[in-house]
Structures are given as structure tokens and as C-alpha cells.
Write a protein that binds this ligand. Structure first.
Ligand code: NAD
Length: 438
């Protein structure tokens, strides 16, 4: 089967590459000529573990190609996936659907025969129905179906998530579209993966409800962590004890500096907005959004406490700025709130991140980029672990403490423990929801 993929970002490129690995013929298209040029040269424009090798294998096999030409991409395709961005619209929290609608219209104008137009982007309830209207208006003669197929992959583990999903969600309106979607995902059926086939609206809602639930779980443990600090409990033990309950589960119960990334912040805002528009507010999600902002602010207070109340003239080394490890994605990362607060407060900030520098250089003005934690920490008054990259999980703490002007550690991912930091020679240590000192 031939598939066209519109958008070669984190979702579009991974999905396109994986579909080609299933054996389908896939043409990936992007508006950005720089991306297509890189892809044509065998270079992956994003950092996603394993993607370069899988891409090379399928290009080599002749199943995967890249283009800027939509007519060529969709010629003979039975399905075209829209995997463009749906960022937060300025001002009102609503998802910006302009990229999705523009792609739908372009597809309509270029299409010649029957095809299923599949929305993979995360979109509010009712968007697929609007896509149907836009396509019908742009090309009244076109025979087509729309389908909703939200994506659940996580950056950093995207290939595995795509190849072994917990579930595939497909919203359709016709048997013909259902058959084509089933054919696309057939290689997964062999492994008996559950597929949820439903109507368009339910498929759209599943994605937002799932993301909002996960953001709520993270925010819940972050608030419990704040209380743990007050009452002398250890949030790591609390999450472990909670997570062993099968009804709760141990995932997304790690306390940290607040959720960020390309999905949770914008999807919680969009869901809250959808609720308000339908006079059915999702108050719990509205509260989660607010609490997450408080969590990030609390991190800044924690760092200020470690610096005796003022960042002015302090040297601060920050380890990790991407919103989580194994990605170069900086969208809505807690670092974008925390680092500017340090710089704005008069600190001299050194930053290390295994993949975040390319994006981070534009987003974090006024910092010095270093290649390794030891260089960054030299002469520093405070060391902050902001993203738990593997590179930062087995640091030589005595060496770091020895190189700092004032050995103080803010471990915002609970990688280490107070006793370890004390033994390494740190004079002060703060973590999240557990014992610190100094
Ligand atoms: P992205 O910004 O990385 O990629 C979007 C790409 O689409 C860009 O390369 C852009 O140039 C291209 N594009 C925009 N309009 C186009 C058009 N008309 N024709 C061709 N190309 C066009 O976005 P992303 O992170 O891949 O997210 C895409 C969607 O998937 C969003 O709705 C997002 O919420 C959802 N999603 C993302 C993730 C994730 O982890 N990133 C996970 C699940 C779902």
C-alpha cells in the first residue's frame, strides 16, 4: 500500500519511517525545504534514538522517500496522514488548527482519486468533521473519507512505542476507511495488539483525555512531594508504595520540576478550552495547569534558597535543559522558565545538555554552553540537575564538589540522595519531596 505522510516532525517522520518498515511504500512530505534536503541526504533533522538506522534501511530498500511535491506524494496513495503541528493558539489556549486545515485543503486540491485523509496530529473534538468540510469545499468531486488516528508515541522511545503500542486508536465513518486503516496497521495485528476502532469524536477525545490524565498524575505527585518536604516524608518511597497498587500503576509518579514538552502543556490547555467552549469545564485539568506553573516557580524558590536568597553574581551550572532525556526537544521545557529566572536574577549560568544545545542556543540567551558537567561546574556556587540524562546519573560527585566554589547541589530529578551528596563533600543538597541539608 502507498501512504503519504504530511509533516516530517517528531511524529510524522517516526510514523513514516515505521510504516515503511512494516513494508508499505511511504512518501514523506514537508513544507520546510531544509528538512527535505537533509532527509534526502540521509540525515535526520531531529534527535530520536535509532531513527537514522531505521530510516537508512528503508530508504535503501526503496520503500521510503521524501519530497516537497504534494502531487507526487499522494499520487496512487490510499491514505494520506496529516502529522503537522497543533501548537497553542496565541491568547486563548485553543489548539491552532491552521496547519491542519491548510494541509487538508492542499491535499484536496492535489488529490485525483479516492483516499483516506487521516489526522494523526492531536486535534480537538470536531476537527476531523471540519477537515471533511474543508476538503469537500476545496474539491467537491473528490471521493474520500476522513479518519482520526491520534499518536501516543513518546519522544526518546518513539520507535519502540510506534512498533509496540499499548493500543492503536482509529476513528472512522465508513467500512472502506476502516479496512484501509486495518490494512495499514495489519503488521501489528500479527502480534495481537489491541486496536480501538471508534467514531471520529471518541478517537479525538481519547488522545486529550489520556494526555490530561498523565499530566494530572505527574502534577499530583509533584504536589504530594511539596507536602512530603513539609512533613518529613520521602516522595520516592511514597510513589513506590503507591505505584505497587495495580489500580494506580508506577508510571508517571516521579516527582520533578513540573511537566513540559511538546504535548502535555498544550494539550491540557486545549482540553480545558474545549470544556469551557462547551460549558462543561474540566476543572481538574484547569487546576493541573495552574499547579504545574506553581511547581516550576517553587523550583526557582528552591534554587534561590540554596543561593542565600539571591542569584546576583552567583555562578550556576545547569545539567540538562531538554524537557526530558533522549530528545533534543525544548518545547515548553521547565528549563525555559528556570534558566531565564537565574539569568534575570544576575547569575552567570553554564549549561550542559547532550542534545539540547542546537535548540537551546536560540531559546536561552545569556548562558555559556559547556561540553561536560565538570567544566560547567568549575568555580560554580550551585549545580542544578534539571534533566535526568543518563550522562548525569553516575557523576563523579566528589570531583564535582571539589571543583566548585561553593559545593551546593539542587537535584530536581531525585537522581542522588542526601547521604551521597554529603559524603561527596557537598555543603548543601536539595531534592524534590525528600530530605536535603544545608
Ligand atoms: P513538529 O513541529 O515536530 O512537526 C510538524 C512538521 O509539519 C514540521 O516539520 C512542519 O514543517 C510540517 N508542516 C506544517 N505544515 C505543513 C504542510 N502544510 N505541509 C507539509 N508539512 C507541513 O510537530 P510534532 O511534534 O511531530 O507534532 C505533530 C502533531 O503530533 C501535533 O499535533 C502533536 O500534538 C502530535 N503529537 C506529538 C507527539 C510528540 O511527542 N512530539 C506525540 C504524540 C502526538
Amino acid at each position: 500500500m502507498k501512504i503519504a505522510m504530511i509533516g516530517t516532525g517528531y511524529v510524522g517522520l517516526v510514523s513514516g519511517v515505521c510504516f515503511s518498515d512494516f513494508g508499505h511504500e511511504v512518501v514523506c512530505l514537508d513544507k520546510d525545504p531544509r528538512k527535505i534536503e537533509m532527509l534526502d541526504q540521509g540525515k535526520v533533522p531531529i534527535f530520536e534514538p535509532g531513527l537514522d538506522a531505521l530510516m537508512a534501511r528503508n530508504v535503501e530498500a526503496g520503500r521510503l522517500s521524501f519530497t516537497l511535491d504534494l502531487t507526487q506524494a499522494i499520487e496512487g496513495a490510499e491514505a494520506v496522514f496529516i502529522a503537522v503541528g497543533t501548537p497553542t493558539r496565541r491568547g486563548d489556549g485553543h489548539a491552532d488548527l491552521s496547519y491542519v486545515m491548510a494541509a487538508a485543503e492542499e491535499i484536496a486540491k492535489a488529490a485525483k482519486g479516492y483516499l483516506v485523509i487521516v489526522t494523526k496530529s492531536t486535534v480537538p473534538v470536531g476537527t476531523n468533521a471540519k477537515v471533511r468540510e474543508v476538503v469537500a469545499a476545496a474539491n467537491p468531486a473528490l471521493d474520500f473519507d476522513v479518519a482520526s488516528n491520534p499518536e501516543f508515541l513518546r519522544e526518546g522511545a518513539a520507535i519502540d512505542d510506534f512498533m509496540k503500542p499499548d493500543r492503536v486508536v482509529v476513528g472512522v465513518e465508513s467500512d472502506r476507511a476502516a479496512k484501509i486503516m486495518a490494512e495499514i496497521y495489519r503488521p501489528l495485528y500479527l502480534r495481537d495488539f489491541p486496536i480501538v476502532t471508534t467514531d471520529l469524536e471518541s478517537a479525538e477525545m481519547i488522545k486529550y483525555a489520556a494526555n490530561a490524565f498523565l499530566a494530572t498524575k505527574i502534577t499530583f505527585i509533584n504536589e504530594i512531594a511539596a507536602l512530603c518536604e513539609k512533613v518529613g516524608a520521602d516522595v520516592k518511597a511514597v510513589s513506590r508504595g503507591m505505584g505497587m497498587d495495580g489500580r494506580i500503576g508506577n508510571k508517571f509518579l516521579h516527582a520533578g520540576p513540573g511537566y513540559g514538552g511538546s504535548c502535555f502543556p498544550k494539550d491540557t490547555k486545549a482540553l480545558a478550552r474545549i470544556g469551557q467552549e462547551h460549558a462543561s469545564p474540566i476543572s481538574i485539568v484547569e487546576t493541573v495547569i495552574k499547579v504545574n506553573e506553581d511547581v516550576k516557580r517553587r523550583m526557582i524558590d528552591k534554587l534561590a534558597d540554596l543561593c542565600a536568597g539571591s542569584f546576583n553574581g552567583k555562578r550556576v551550572a545547569v545539567l540538562g535543559v531538554t524537557f526530558k532525556p533522549n530528545t533534543d526537544d525544548m518545547r515548553d521545557a521547565p528549563a525555559l522558565t528556570i534558566v531565564p529566572a537565574l539569568v534575570g536574577g544576575g547569575a552567570k549560568v553554564s549549561v550542559v545538555d547532550p542534545q539540547g544545545r542546537r535548540e537551546g542556543e536560540h531559546l536561552l540567551p545569556g548562558v555559556t554552553w559547556c561540553d561536560d558537567p565538570y567544566t560547567a561546574a568549575k568555580g560554580a556556587d550551585l549545580l542544578v540537575i534539571l534533566t535526568e540524562w543518563n550522562e548525569f546519573r553516575a557523576l563523579d560527585l566528589p570531583r564535582l564538589a571539589g571543583t566548585m566554589a561553593a559545593p551546593r547541589l539542587a537535584d530536581l530529578r531525585n537522581v542522588y540522595a542526601a547521604a551521597t551528596a554529603r559524603a561527596a563533600g557537598f555543603a548543601a543538597y536539595e531534592a524534590i519531596g525528600r530530605e536535603g541539608f544545608g
